[in-house]
Design a protein around this ligand. Structure first.
Ligand code: NDP
Length: 495
């Protein structure tokens, strides 16, 4: 492939710093003053480091600034309660006041549901806190794969080591959950039976951890990219790389709580369905498969997570903490909650539709998994930290040989091979299609499970805008060149 300005490394071998500088390259010239880190694999120009410094200061208000984030901090929990009430007490339909005069009584009825069915009981505290404690303990004790992260500009381009033991912890969690359920010690149906209370407990934990992290980071003076507005900084977070010993809390919370709990909710829903109807519907089995694939992907490819935006850019603030502890597990599961409580006849499909649904999920999953691993492994290759790691399953085309890329003046390289030659966010498109199938699996029985794909569409388009804005600032004309080579954002030929 011969793109102007594009380059390609030797297959499987990595350049040393001098060969990078000597390579015929329209951007890095002989005069370019560069710094070499990590054994000579990544070269940051002085200009690149200046830009990185700028990007580590507050640039502009995101999410509507202080008023926008205040609305989210208070609005998300209210929305979650409302949707859960509609699912659990109104047959999955949108509840609303019958008239203007009914507005106050309607709010009273909603509050009664929260008080009676979502109170933070000691039992719910024990379940949720128990899950957190087990996951944290496993993170400390299970054997892991050591992965070096990306150079962190705010740490003078130091790289952090990540102990990737999510896979061993995930397998251990499966064994513990199966043992508890099958011996009758603690039945998994307890999760779906205590859904409201568990959701409230998750919100409490999210707020406690967010406040603690914000205050402790500021007290230690380790905050970065602060705006000076307390509520905004609390929402965005203060610290970039929170750690306790070998455990990176941000990475731990991103995988071990939301996706593990979501999978357990799916299994809990299946057990409940089995207890109630005597069988598990293909729709419910679909959600067990879908959530199982997702957590397994996060765990088996955990070494790819340090290369994602959440890890290298986002701080550990309310936005991420709340969404990991509460938002993901308790909103992405709406189709499961619906199916666990409603007659399967309401969402029965014909066999061809089931085949189409499962096939769509598996195809989207394949693109999601392989595109994420192509980019992450490319970045590891460029950094010289890539080692082959076998985990189950390894899909074809997950690692690119001889990938094409654009060498930027900043020093970083932008991949233009594999899925990444067709669109700038192939991973987002595939991930979104997965989310759509999570709603489609109950058809038109209830609109509420479509919250996830709708919300996720907003998240991904907004995140894509933020990311592209940042990349434009970071890479300047090289970003324009990249966009002219990879023209489409999400779907080639469409958008
Ligand atoms: P990306 O994986 O797209 O990472 C974006 C960053 O990657 C950019 O800032 C840039 O960083 C670098 N980059 C972009 N294009 C290239 C390229 N062509 N070559 C090399 N580097 C490139 O996004 P995220 O980290 O946001 O998402 C990771 C996954 O997580 C996605 O699949 C997403 O769907 C999923 N996700 C799921 C959520 C959920 O709730 N289900 C929520 C959020 C994300 P740099 O500046 O270093 O070059």
């Amino acid at each position: 492939m011969a793109h102007d300005g594009a380059a390609s490394p030797d297959d499987g071998k990595h350049d040393n710093a001098s060969s990078v500088r000597q390579r015929k390259n329209p951007i890095l010239t002989g005069d370019s003053k560069a710094v070499i880190v990590n054994g000579g694999h990544i070269v940051f120009s002085e200009l690149g480091m200046e830009v990185d410094k700028k990007l580590d200061t507050h640039q502009s208000w995101e999410f509507g600034g202080p008023p926008g984030v205040t609305a989210m901090i208070f609005g998300f929990p209210v929305l979650m309660y409302y949707l859960w009430i509609c699912l659990s007490f109104y047959g999955g339909q949108m509840a609303h006041p019958e008239s203007v005069d009914d507005i106050v009584p309607f709010l009273g009825r909603m509050w009664e549901h929260v008080k009676q069915d979502a109170a933070p009981t000691p039992y719910a505290f024990a379940i949720y806190t128990g899950l957190m404690a087990i996951q944290l303990l496993l993170a400390f004790i299970m054997p892991g794969y050591q992965q070096e992260g990306l150079p962190v500009p705010s740490l003078k381009y130091k790289t952090l080591m990540y102990n990737c033991n999510a896979l061993a912890s995930w397998y251990a969690t499966l064994i513990i959950a199966a043992a508890l359920h099958l011996t009758g010690t603690w039945r998994l149906t307890e999760i779906i039976d205590n859904f409201g209370s568990l959701m409230t407990v998750s919100m409490i934990w999210a707020n406690v951890v967010s406040i603690y992290m914000y205050v402790s980071t500021v007290v230690r003076g380790e905050q970065i990219r602060m705006s000076g507005n307390t509520i905004y900084d609390f929402f965005m977070g203060a610290c970039l790389n929170p750690r306790i010993g070998s455990v990176d809390l941000k990475m731990w919370a991103e995988v071990r709580i939301p996706w593990v709990l979501l999978f357990l909710i799916a299994v809990s829903g299946s057990c409940k369905q089995y207890d109630t109807f005597g069988y598990v519907t293909p729709n419910m089995a679909f959600m067990v498969l879908a959530t199982g694939l997702y957590i397994n992907a996060c765990a088996k490819g955990e070494e790819c997570i340090p290369q994602t935006w959440d890890m290298f850019h986002e701080k550990w603030g309310w936005m991420i903490i709340f969404w990991n502890f509460s938002g993901v597990p308790f909103t992405y599961c709406y189709s499961i909650v619906y199916m666990a409580a409603n007659d399967p006849k309401k969402y029965e499909f014909s066999t061809p539709i089931y085949i189409a649904l499962y096939t769509t999920l598996l195809c989207a999953y394949y693109v999601f998994d392989s595109s994420m691993s192509q980019k992450s492994r490319f970045r590891m290759q460029m950094q010289g930290t890539y080692k082959y790691r076998w985990t189950f399953p390894q899909l074809p085309w997950g690692t690119l040989t001889n990938p094409q890329y654009i060498q930027t003046e900043h020093g970083n390289r932008l991949l233009i091979s594999g899925w990444w030659r067709f669109a700038r966010k192939p991973n987002y498109s595939a991930d979104w299609i997965q989310s759509l199938t999570w709603g489609l699996c109950i058809g038109a029985a209830s609109p509420i499970p479509y919250f996830y794909p709708l919300f996720f569409l907003a998240v991904l388009t907004h995140r894509c805008g933020r990311d592209f804005e940042r990349c434009e600032l970071k890479y300047g004309k090289d970003w324009d060149k990249y966009c002219s080579i990879v023209r489409w954002r999400f779907i080639p030929g469409i958008y």
